[in-house]
Design a protein around this ligand. Structure first.
Ligand code: BF8
Length: 641
């Protein structure tokens, strides 16, 4: 692979070149040698039974006349593409929601005081969440209303939260947090999730051979499961993490591979759950471990993160992200990574092969995520002995410091960033006098200084130049006065580019947005956290509706969503819950339904009539941003602003 063509990031270019010199293969090389299957990419390969795979490519000239393509069972291209699409939603919703379940389990353990390592940190959020879950926070004693004991409230919140995954009756509690008009749309369409797990299981059932064979009905279930992710599993993950580990507030940090330090023990946490990474943060900052590192000849311990776990410990502790998804192998190729500890999701199996070429210890920690390679060490992380396990891992990194090879190459590149934004801090910076009021934000949208709001999120994809789409889309939006909310690997890309600083406003923004950012002292791109924290964006949008003056539903707001370099199933689930919440959502690179034009039209056009939001695909980043801006302008026009 040509390093320059592979990524816009100079640090990554240097390390790709180094990998090639050393003969270490990376994802960038494999993207050159292995091209994707065309039929699979179009979404029209069905392998849901043993008579197939049945392959229904779209003819180059398109379909003339009737579309007679069929699988052996008679499944049409629409049915096959819809089945595949909602199975992607199931995969994504399962990943987010199972993460949420893991957090809920630890939460309940902490609430019941069965562990000393995790405690309730944010009692304000505990009370908020209790109310949203229908848990009483006050009691009547002798005719007087008194606050309930918070320990008791916490246990009840934990129990009710756990039940959200599998309760036999009712519907997901958090649906009622959406604007009422949106809730009513879901009711009308019959897509209110009953519980989180059931909707995922039902997708697997409906897509089994010979069950649901109507793409509209299949998508109904896809929407239901996606809502169960965004307004269920992901939102619970975010909330319970905030209660346990603290609700983020803006703080300063850095980003990119240059955060690693040659004279320090470099420990990298990679994956998604803060259950693990929070403990690693605490262990690596303990005097015991710091003294031990010094004893071993290091100046200290440099902890950094990759992927969403990086965003979790960034937003709560200011620990810098070293890399986003496509840079994970490169962090090891620095030769300075003494240990990489991983949990779940977005961890490439090839990191084990790369680690094998260096001294790096690769440690898996989760019972559902192991690797077959022999050099991988598995230390199962147990919440009851969390600190003990974390110290064992940190010690392993320290002990490995002396085993580094002579050749260490840490790129110099790193950038300053301000991260840690959320529903509460936006209220603080852009709100009015009263809590929950987004008056200043709405006022600036109405007066036109801020043209609209974009959520730009999601992965890297080795089929496109690393970070280029992210940065071009975001820069074009802020240049046109659209304020950007970011999460996931987009957040890390923006940080590396210096877009997450108040100073970026004067350099990259249109005059209106620059004025607002400079007055309030915020970056034009607000980092809202990890991918489960996209739920923060849903709630922020709801606050904008509640603050008034911009219509009654999210679908009326001048907002748009984007994932310029998506690749994961989680991104599809996120995209679908944004669409179902009324947001026009554009993906870059590719879209997994292009082989079924009728079904794709359903997603790209008809869905708007049902939910107010719809999908789109635009590969060119500048056009991509302008499609979002055009949508924002049409919403402004409809509002008469
Ligand atoms: O959940 S953005 S590559 S790290 S999937 Fe993965 Fe995509 Fe990154 Fe986080 Ni989200």
């Amino acid at each position: 692979a040509d390093p320059i063509a592979a990524t816009i990031d100079v640090a990554s270019q240097q390390l790709i070149a180094r990998a090639q010199q050393l003969g270490v293969e990376t994802v960038f090389d494999r993207a050159e040698t292995m091209k994707p299957c065309n039929i699979g990419a179009q979404g029209t390969c069905c392998k849901n039974c043993g008579m197939g795979p049945c392959r229904l490519p779209l003819p180059k000239s398109g379909i003339e006349g009737e579309d007679t393509r069929k699988g052996l069972c008679g499944a049409t291209a629409n049915t096959i593409a819809a089945r595949n699409f909602i199975r992607m939603i199931a995969g994504g919703a399962a990943a987010h929601s199972d993460h949420g379940r893991g957090v809920a389990e630890v939460f309940l353990t902490a609430a019941r005081k069965e562990t000393n390592d995790y405690q309730i940190k944010d009692t304000v959020k505990l009370v908020q969440v209790a109310e949203a879950l229908g848990v009483a926070t006050t009691v009547e004693v002798d005719g007087e209303t008194k606050d309930r004991d918070l320990d008791e409230v916490a246990v009840e919140v934990g129990e009710i939260a756990m039940a959200e995954w599998g309760k036999p009756e009712g519907e997901v509690f958090y649906l009622k947090r959406a604007p009422q008009a949106l809730y009513e749309k879901w009711e009308k369409q019959g897509v209110r999730p009953r519980n989180i797990d059931r909707e995922i299981v039902e997708i697997m059932h409906r897509t089994h051979i010979g069950v649901d064979q109507d793409y509209r009905n299949l998508m109904k279930q896809g929407v239901r499961a996606a809502i169960g992710d965004g307004w269920g599993g992901s939102m619970l993950a975010t909330d319970l993490q905030d209660i346990l580990f603290g609700t983020p507030y803006p703080l300063q940090s850095e980003a990119n591979l240059g955060v690693m330090k040659e004279d320090h023990v470099n420990l990298i946490v990679h994956g998604h759950e803060p259950i693990l990474s929070e403990m690693i943060v605490a262990a690596s900052q303990s005097k015991e471990m710091l003294d031990y590192a010094k004893e071993k000849g290091a100046k200290g311990i440099q902890l950094s993160g990759i992927c969403c776990t990086a965003n979790e410990i960034l937003q709560r502790h200011g620990i810098p992200p070293a890399a986003n998804f496509l840079q994970q192998e490169l962090a090891i190729i620095t030769g300075a990574c003494d240990a990489m500890v991983v949990d779940i999701q977005c961890i490439m199996q090839n990191v084990a092969n790369v680690a094998n070429c260096f001294h790096t210890k690769l440690i898996t920690t989760h019972p559902i995520a192991k690797m077959e390679q022999e050099n991988v060490i598995h230390i199962e992380f147990d919440e009851h002995y969390a600190m003990e396990d974390a110290k064992r891992i940190v010690k392993m990194a320290i002990d490995n410091f002396e085993n580094r090879g002579a050749e260490v190459m840490i790129p110099r590149q790193k950038a300053t960033q301000i991260a840690g934004f959320g529903v509460e801090s936006i209220q603080y910076h852009l709100g009015g006098t009263f809590r929950g009021d987004y008056y200043t934000l709405n006022d600036n949208i109405i007066n036109g200084r801020i043209r609209g709001i974009a959520g730009v999120v999601g992965c890297n994809n080795a089929r496109t130049r690393h970070n280029e789409g992210h940065i071009q889309v975001v820069k074009e939006l802020i240049k046109n006065d659209v304020i950007v909310l970011t999460t996931g690997c987009n957040g890390i890309a923006c940080a590396m580019e210096g877009l997450l600083t108040p100073e970026a406003a004067g350099v990259y923004c249109g005059a209106g947005l620059a004025e607002v950012c400079e007055t309030v002292g915020i970056p034009p791109v607000l980092h809202m956290g990890s991918c489960v924290d996209n739920s923060r964006i849903l709630l922020a949008a709801t606050e904008v509706v509640n603050a008034g003056g911009l219509g009654n539903d999210i679908s009326e707001l001048p907002v748009a969503g984007s994932a310029p370099e998506w690749m994961s199933e989680k991104a599809i689930s996120i995209g679908q819950y944004f669409v179902a919440s009324g947001v026009y959502t554009v993906f870059g690179v590719t879209f997994p339904t292009t082989g079924a034009p009728v079904f794709q039209d359903f997603l790209f056009k008809e869905m708007e009539k049902m939910y107010g939001g719809m999908w789109d695909l635009e590969i060119d980043p500048i056009k991509h941003a302008h499609k979002m801006i055009a949508h924002i302008d049409s919403k402004r026009k409809a509002l008469g602003i």
